[in-house]
Unconditional design. Structure first.
Lengths: 497, 325
């Protein structure tokens, strides 16, 4: 009989009479890594915010080590040994590693007036060395890699004697290698008896690192079980409900893709990133660009889109050479970029204004902008893409990641592109929106657009691609038909070079 | 993001939550200030038509600069060089007319000064990627230095009838010509910012430069155009100053950059770009002019005027903030 360090029972929570949690439960054993999964809006974040004292529950109980606790503020949860590692790190870039780790609880001397700098650095080094990280406590945080920043964030939690650590999408912006380091650390934390709540949309990782899984849907916990007893099928069904699950499987498409190539890329060179890459896309086909982070995938598509300068090679759409971003867009290339928040959207602006942005010339008559027409177009996209938004005038900042991604897609769909490029379209997107996006991508291709997709999730890449291009270290090392790829593992193997 | 989505229902439920204080504070403030002065000094001449038009006349230059400033701030940049550019344009146009180039020659020479400063600012901000605060801070000093050197700080009188009529202190009916200039510039500015593709490009560039670039917008071109607008706006304001005074002076527009920024921000434009309103700016400029005028009539000296005007600006922006959740 293992003891539960944490037991949340029958948690209710509503926002303005809109129930977000309905008698939801969650438990955590000592020293386990427990995955918490579900679509956005399923209640994961709210559940964790109740645990960390950000929100107060409407009903139910929270027990730590068998004793009921009441958290009125984040500070209470922190004192009880609960820490949360956020997606966007809560570190101050201009301070040093040690200053960040001990921010707010610095070791002091002389009646608490002065910080003991050397002591702080020594203790920071001790924590970092304990998990085998070679990070200089005196380095400024802004100089660190994303992976190292996350280590510092975790060290910060440990310096406050955290026993329960909640990690929200911890691998979202990590490279493959950094993910390995993180996993090694997670295992180490487990050995020390620290329990981890691991929130992620990435199935492969969950199976690799988590002992148990809880899946939530519509504010309830639908399934809790040992990882080894749950198949991916079961898990997806629990999160989506059975009817929506079907979209994530490969379907043979009946579109004729034997036409003349619409996009031809020859001998593309991008300084320091891409060497001698050639490929072609035909109307109606979906081509997956597989490769590790840093393999040059993004550089290739940005060069094709004309926003990154290439120093060699030719790019042609319908036989016409493309030499600039302007020409690329006018020729009918659209790019849904990797980072929707910084590259895809003006977050403070409305849905309509964002959709309008690449289409200004089309929504202009006699040098005046036609807002009403743009609003109608945006409203059509809201229905078509199943965007959950009050209206076309809603600020996109207020929408969830999945809905934001759909808006970025809508920007380019409005142009009816001949070539649509999607760079990691489903990253940080909940599984429901993911299914919507996959369906839409198929629909776009069926209508004759050539689609090029980059994704780190090979399961998804295999579900939608007719053909795969494998990129390794800036070169195209293989090209294969979907039918010739036996399994996800085969693709994993291929991208390793 | 999800966190914010969760708080949405609560926001919506409050009826007052739909009114944006930040965007409308300038109108509330303007009404309040007018009412206050009308009650306290209404009988001391504040409310006379001639005084109200006097306010409109003296505010015209700041209003013109503020309208232009709205564009650059909306694009996410700042232009501190407008005051000295105004003086440069005033001096150069006056000198050109003195040298016999006539009205058209003088005006063209003045506007070219604005174009030149705008291009220099735009070049360093976009091509060399120096923050606009630093570039235009430097240009503010540099151009003011030029103003002093080319005139040895002497005034340059203008004796050109056409210039006096077009930019002068006269009126059409009861409406001062200077105010008509400001109103015209504001109307054009409003239409351009609100209803043209260029306006959208400015707001998108200020809202998120990277996303604008990935949407096919040439953000560098947009920014250079905005610097040209502030340059031209400043140049026009400089000539209006000359027209009002009959003489161009090297110290025209000292502090105008700060008054203009205050008017723009009071009006509801975001200091960080992406959100701008010319109507708000125009009323913001009138508000600042009205406060100064009222305080003079109340008999406050310059030091007191500055303290009160400064305090009102800070308080107005503070009250205009979104109520804390």
């Amino acid at each position: 009989m293992q003891t539960n360090v944490l037991e949340m029972r029958d948690i209710d929570k509503s926002f303005a009479s809109n129930p977000v949690l309905r008698r939801a439960g969650f438990s955590l054993r000592k020293g386990e890594c427990h995955a918490l999964m579900g679509e956005n809006g399923a209640g994961k974040s709210t559940m964790m915010k109740i645990l960390t004292g950000v929100y107060f529950r409407d009903g139910g109980t929270v027990e730590i080590d068998g004793k009921e606790v009441v958290f009125n503020a984040p500070r209470d949860a922190e004192n009880a040994g609960i820490a949360m590692i956020f997606q966007e790190f809560s570190l101050i870039p201009t301070l040093t590693v040690a200053q960040n780790i001990f921010l707010g609880h610095e070791p002091k001397r002389t009646r608490n007036a002065f910080i003991r700098d050397a002591e702080m650095v020594r203790r920071a080094r001790a924590i970092l060395e304990e998990f085998g990280e070679n990070i200089d406590p005196r380095a400024r945080v802004e100089e660190l890699s994303v992976g190292a920043k996350q280590m510092v964030e975790i060290a910060k939690a440990l310096s406050k004697n955290a026993r329960i650590i909640v990690m929200d999408e911890p691998t979202a912006s990590l490279s493959e290698k950094e993910v390995e380091t993180l996993f090694r650390l997670v295992r180490q934390l487990k050995e020390q008896g620290i329990s981890i709540v691991y929130i992620s949309h990435r199935m492969a990782e969950i199976y690799q690192i988590c002992d148990r899984i809880t899946a939530m849907r519509d504010g309830r916990d639908i399934l809790t079980a040992d990882t080894r007893d749950v198949t991916m099928e079961d898990l997806i069904r629990a999160m989506l409900g059975s009817e929506r699950k079907a979209t994530m499987e490969w379907v043979q498409r009946s579109v004729d893709t034997s036409g003349v190539p619409v996009l031809e890329v020859e001998n593309l060179h991008v300084p320091g990133a891409v060497r001698d890459v050639s490929f072609a896309l035909r109307p109606g086909e979906i081509v997956g660009l597989a490769g590790l982070t840093g393999s040059g995938r993004t550089e290739i598509v940005e060069a094709v889109f004309g926003i990154r300068s290439a120093d060699g090679g030719t790019i042609k759409v319908d036989g016409q050479a493309i030499r600039s971003n302007r020409e690329a867009i006018e020729a009918g290339i659209g790019l849904v970029p990797e980072d929707r928040r910084t590259q895809g959207l003006v977050l403070d602006h409305s849905l309509k204004d964002n959709v309008m942005l690449p289409n200004l010339s089309r929504f202009t008559r006699k040098s005046f902008v036609r807002d009403a027409a743009a609003r109608r177009a945006a409203t059509t996209h809201i229905h078509d893409l199943n965007i959950k938004s009050e209206s076309a005038d809603q600020q996109v900042l207020l929408l969830s990641g999945g809905n934001q991604q759909k808006i970025v897609l809508a920007k380019w769909l409005e142009r009816k592109p001949k070539v649509l490029i999607l760079d990691e379209p489903t990253i940080g997107v909940d599984i429901g929106a993911k299914a919507d996006l996959v369906m839409k991508i198929r629909e776009i291709a069926d209508a004759g657009t050539a689609v090029l997709v980059i994704s780190s999730e090979f399961e998804e890449l295999l579900a939608i691609s007719d053909r795969l291009l494998v990129i390794y270290d800036g070169t195209l090392i293989a090209e294969m038909d979907r039918q010739d790829v036996q399994s996800e593992e085969a693709l994993h193997h291929a991208v390793q070079g | 993001m999800q966190y914010k989505a969760e708080t949405l229902p609560q926001q919506r439920s409050a009826i007052l939550g739909r009114i944006s204080w930040r965007e409308n504070i300038v109108y509330i403030c303007f009404a309040g200030v007018l009412l206050f002065f009308a009650m306290t000094i209404g009988d001391k001449g504040f409310l006379t038509v001639s005084n109200l038009f006097n306010i409109a006349r003296t505010t015209a230059m700041i209003a013109v600069i503020s309208v232009a400033m709205t564009f650059i701030i909306s694009s996410g940049e700042l232009d501190l060089s407008v005051g000295s550019t105004a003086a440069l344009a005033a001096l150069v146009s006056a000198m050109a007319m003195q040298a016999g180039y006539g009205f058209v020659g003088g005006v063209v020479a003045g506007l070219l000064c604005g174009v030149a400063v705008g291009l220099v600012n735009g070049f360093f901000v976009t091509v060399i990627s120096i923050p606009s605060f630093l570039v235009t801070l430097g240009m503010m000093q540099l151009v003011r230095g030029i103003d002093m050197r080319i005139t040895y700080t002497n005034p340059v009188p203008v004796r050109n009838e056409t210039f006096d009529t077009v930019f002068g202190p006269g009126s059409i009916g009861v409406v001062p010509i200077l105010f008509l200039w400001a109103l015209g510039v504001a109307i054009i500015g409003h239409i351009v910012l609100r209803y043209t593709p260029f306006g959208r490009q400015v707001l998108a560039t200020g809202g998120n430069r990277v996303a604008a670039r990935y949407s096919g917008i040439n953000t560098n071109r947009t920014k250079v155009l905005c610097f040209l607008i502030t340059g031209l706006g400043a140049a026009l304001a400089g000539m209006l100053w000359t027209g009002m005074m009959g003489t161009a002076r090297y110290n025209f527009g000292e502090g105008a950059e700060l008054a203009a920024i205050a008017a723009v921000i009071l009006g509801g434009t975001s200091l960080f770009g992406g959100k701008g309103t010319i109507v708000g700016t125009f009323v913001g400029a009138l508000l600042i002019g009205t406060i100064n005028n009222g305080l003079i009539i109340m008999g406050l000296d310059v030091s007191e005027q500055m303290m009160v005007a400064g305090a009102i600006i800070v308080l107005a922006v503070a009250f205009g903030k979104k109520p804390a959740r």
